[in-house]
Design a protein. Sequence first.
Length: 314
Amino acid sequence: MAKIRCIGVLTSGGDAPGMNAAIRAITRSAICNGFKVKAIYRGYEGLMKGEVKTFTTEDVSGIIQTGGTILRTARAAEFRTPEGRKRAYDTLIKEGIDALIVIGGNGSLTGAMLLAEEYDFPCIGLPGTIDNDLYGTDNTIGYDTTLNTIMDCVDKIRDTANSHERIFFIEVMGRDAGFLAQNSAIAAGAEAAIIPEDSTGADQLIEFMERGIRKSKKSCIVIVSESPKCGALYYADRVNKEYPEFDVRVSILGHLQRGGRPSARDRVLASRVGVGAINALVQGQRNVMVGIRNHEIVYVPFIEAVQKRKNIDP
């Protein structure tokens, strides 16, 4: 482990509240352990282009409470190719970076796994995604904040739903995972959640309309996971056609779900896994995602984190 002297850190994919808290924890913990820290801007795109800056503790001062990511982020199609990863590896060597910490979701950690495999390069992943869909950790950075944002929005929409006796279909993020939809529905007292994990084969809308709406109740909230084929607009259109007696509205929350100040829970989670990433390197670990399971830090092999499915408990 003596050969690791400099650690690189980047954020990739969609931003998530709490990423800055993770960057702060990584930087300060690394420096405390005698490592040099180099920040890589704009994710893998910036890594391929050499957008690198040496970080000190002052560079991460006053950022724990801010949303987004101070390192910026970008989608990098070229990094999915061997040629792109070669460019990224060349930058790591040129900058004297001996290990890389990647904060991001499934696609970002898949990229780190490929880079680690192809060049025998130490990589550590942190689960930074609002969808909470990475296997091996109870929660991901940004999930709790987003859940609270959705709940706050639904509370406000319910006032209008009740006033006008309307059905509101509210679309939230989580195209392949229904954690946000399911748990925001519970937290906000919604009448139903339509999620991708429902594999019963039954028509979720018909089940809801027949069992979820009572004659005495003309207003209700349905939370729907986003989908290119059957999102909130799809279900609202069906209700308009099949149940014309109801007044239906749609609200797509969109990217406001990703913004805002991270919650206390996300700040603590990000700080713990950030320190955990440095501890992993000190212990000689590599090519793992740092998560928290049952309140304890765990190290999950990349192959499990990105390929195993995290299921909602039925």
